[in-house]
Design a protein around this ligand. Structure first.
Ligand code: MRU
Length: 309
């Protein structure tokens, strides 16, 4: 089963809120179900959000609903990943939103495999690669961007170890990236987010590869914590790569004009259902941060490795 699938007129998603404890599925029968799934992070990761959103437009169209209104509502579900806006516009500008969504679905896997081929060229046998959040198959239709590079390098016969940042507050590294690497049989270690700097300082990380929610002039927006990893990588001269499809590029805005999603403070105040701070604590919960271009070694795209914008 892929992260998302079109089955019997419905969009079926792996329910990522339930991983790694159980593999459950979430069915979207209407575009409103798709909005719920994106907002609640049943499905997450920029490319997976984009393709799901396109199927959302298709569901509205098939049900004879006002697609322009549905498109606006879908676009309002999460603000930072530009793939959402790109995919909704593509579906809206086509004669058949369903055909277009299915085309995006197929393209996503081909694109990720091309990113993997280009990225594998910078990976050496024996490398230990640090990744943050989950930019793997679960963030896409399949294969992944940052973890797609890992898969491609492994398929070339290179021995790779992956180190996953836990990725507080939602835990995409611990819950999703570790699970994915285990499924693939790729050696993986989990670290607390705060350990990344020390591991780089002590020479235990050869490269960092992360994904992106938006690439724009001046840098890249990605999961909160990416900036601190990038700063440490610069200080300790660890190459820092971003793997992202061209659908994640926003050529119209400065990265500093991009809306950074603020999520519910409860994500910070609770972990695994347990409250971790005193009653009455107020929290701040930005979901993404910005890695400035000068901290980025290269951006691995389906067309090759390029300089940041
Ligand atoms: O909040 P999320 O889980 O949707 O954030 C996901 C990320 O930050 C990923 O790194 C990014 O979307 C790239 S996915 C290939």
């Amino acid at each position: 089963m892929k992260t998302l699938e079109w089955k019997d007129g419905k969009l079926v998603l792996i329910d990522q809120r339930k991983l790694p404890d159980s593999l459950e599925y979430f069915e979207c029968r209407t575009y409103r179900d798709v909005i719920y799934a994106i907002k609640e992070m049943v499905v997450r990761g920029a490319p997976a959000i984009g393709v799901s959103a396109a199927f959302g437009v298709a569901l509205a169209h098939l049900a004879g609903e006002d697609t322009a209104r549905a498109a606006d509502e879908i676009k309002a579900s999460r603000p930072t990943a530009v793939n959402l806006f790109w995919a909704v516009d593509r579906a809206m500008n086509s004669e058949s939103p369903l055909e277009e969504a299915l085309r995006m679905y197929r393209e996503d896997v081909e694109t990720n495999m091309a990113i993997g081929r280009h990225g594998a060229g910078v990976i050496d046998d024996g490398d230990t690669i640090l990744t943050h959040c989950n930019a793997g198959a679960l963030a896409c239709v399949d294969y992944g961007t940052a973890l797609g590079v890992v898969r491609a390098a492994r398929d070339q016969g290179k021995n790779i170890t992956v180190i996953c940042d836990e990725t507080r507050p939602v835990g995409q590294g611990a819950r999703l990236s570790v699970w994915e690497m285990q499924q693939e049989g790729i050696p993986v270690r989990l670290i607390a987010d705060v350990a990344a700097g020390y591991l780089m300082q002590t020479g235990r990380i050869d490269k960092v590869i992360i994904g992106a929610d938006r690439v724009a002039t001046g840098g890249v927006a990605n999961k909160i914590g990416s900036l601190m990893v990038a700063l440490a990588a610069k200080r300790f001269e660890v190459p820092f790569y971003v793997a992202a499809p061209l659908s994640t590029f926003d050529r119209e805005n400065s990265i500093y004009d991009v809306e950074i999603e603020e999520r519910d403070p409860s994500e910070v105040l609770y972990y695994g259902g347990c409250r971790i701070a005193p009653q009455g604590t107020r929290a701040i919960n930005p979901a993404f941060d910005i890695v400035p271009s000068d901290l980025i070694t290269g951006i691995i795209t389906e067309n090759g490795i390029i300089d940041p914008l």
